[in-house]
Design a protein around this ligand. Sequence first.
Ligand code: ADP
Ligand code: MG
Length: 695
Amino acid sequence: EEGDFKTSQRFAQHMEKKNEASSDFAKSKTLLQQRQYLPIYAVKEDLLNIIRDNNIVVVIGETGSGKTTQLAQYLHEDGYSKYGMVGCTQPRRVAAMSVAKRVSEEMGVTLGEEVGYAIRFEDVTSEKTIIKYMTDGILLRESLRESDLDGYSCIIMDEAHERSLNTDVLFGLLREVITRRRDLKLIVTSATMDAEKFSHFFGNVPSYTIPGRTFPVDVLFSKSVVEDYVDAAVKQALQIHVQARKGDILVFMPGQEDIEVTCESLTERLEELDDVAPLTVLPIYSQLPSDLQAKIFQKTPDGVRKCVVATNIAETSLTVDGIAFVIDPGYCKMKVFNSRIGMDALSVFPVSQANANQRSGRAGRTEAGVAYRLYTLNQYKNEMLVASVPEIQRTNLANVVLLLKSLGVQDLLKFHFMDPPPQDNILNSMYQLWILGALDNTGQLTTCGRSMVEFPLDPPLSKMMITAVEMGCSSEILIIVSMLSVPAIFYRPAGREEDSDTKREKFCVPESDHMTLLNVYQQWKANGYSSTWCNDHFIHAKAMKKVREVRAQLKEIADQQKMPLVSAGNDWDIIRKCICAAYFHHAATLKGIGEYVNLRTGMPCHLHPTSALFGMGFTPDYVVYHELVMTSREYMQSVTAVEGEWLAELGPMFYSVKESAKSRQEKRKAAKARVSEMEEELALADEQLKQRRAE
Ligand code: ADP
Ligand code: MG
């Protein structure tokens, strides 16, 4: 009761302060008034005129000027939607969902009807849809079915400055589409000023800059190098909250774990402080359930400060109004191809100067603000890149290669990339596809490859689906693949770790994490797909529901491809063998107690403590794994025990078990020859490309 009294007192104090300060416009204005207040509104007619006169226009505007939410509506109001949908691509799923929801509210329609969105495994559109937000990956896949994208009258390629892999590929494809379709409008939007490159890429098309409305931001660097950025960020946020004037706080963090720790620690330390005003702490990251994501946009009670803790989704994709303070540790998570392990790894990197400046800018949208950088000026100048490297130049391209090949792009080096990927990357990805049997020795798509493209999955998982049909376990593999496509099935609440671990162990199939996942699904099914059952077992009910949806969608694709669902019955070995067929290139062998090394590179890799194989007193000689996660050490994620003979049988280009050294050498030679054949082909293509460019 005493607590309640304190709170109400605090509230009263804050109400007073609040009344002195100017009222927050977002809280008092109608949606229409908010729309009309956006910088883009002032130039609406200008913008529409330019679009009428040009097929391709580059639109530049500060984050929050209204590009994402307004442009599509303007195009619709100008009549384009009569001839087809207005599509708008986003590099991030969260942005596509959140913006579609916002726009449906602004237009007063039900989400999924006139305004909808589509992300992988989730299509919230209908016959009625005229404005469609989607990830760039979705539009890319749509171009497989309909290469001219006839369903669209306009396509807005949003957030082009992000240079996501799929956006970059779409650039090349749309550049062709627009020459065939004179009626298509293409609008490329960017939050940064160096948009000349986009204009140039499409043949010096006009670009239009939306005049900004920004307030000065004080940028403060740390005086010394920060060791623990989570701790430093929490301290900084508390200091602002206790000392500074009104205004919300935005904290950037590289990923979900750091965000969770930051939020917990903030809340804890607030409780320790006496007589401090309430603070609403809100996380946002891509895997956060969408109802919780929406919270960052909701009003807090009058006078209550908000502190949003976000990944770089809040850098340019989402705009939260009212931010006056930004805390930037200077890190982000990026997928980067790691040649040492021969695959992509998600790791934390320093952001670029361009990112840092975007982040700071978020403090000055509605009033003058302050950006606290948790790194020194020296670090900024000497340790950060000026701009980040486009994704296409740093990640595995297997999916892109597969897609382009099936679109009939024979020679990838001739494809018109804005910034061509390094030849090594293409080569490596082609090699990976060849290993999986998706490409033949001459780099042509095989029947298996054609079938793989149909699945919206990474190549090894598509391969697993196809192999499962041949091996007679497609029913089980369909579930395993669906489970792998949804992150975080289990949860482990603070204070109940042991309880949840015990429940989790009950599902464990000692030789396989994949089979453990299968087991979870099958038991859930046996319990009538019940959410109560999920809650009882520390399993995310929403995640399981999603798995079921994914399974249904993948099944539909399998049906279309006339791939029958067959159950392996009690023959669980065949399921493990099928997993091996897709992942033999991710194999590790036991070396010492509980220590594994990658079979090809000799690099150490560890069983994760959450793996079913961990601490079960059963350490198989050979395992394959889904992916490698780099945290404090290299951990294998989703591991399955396999037989050495299977590796030799399924991955003959890498392994042999009981062969003579001679035949082993010959095989290796043959494999090498095939690779150099491909290399030669690519080098030749490269030559041709250079010549063509010289001409
Ligand atoms: P830009 O694309 O130019 O960065 P947006 O169109 O995303 O700008 O944002 C315009 C305005 O719409 C911002 O003030 C932002 O706060 C608001 N907005 C965008 N999405 C949402 C949402 N889901 N809920 C509430 N407001 C939103
Ligand atoms: Mg935007």
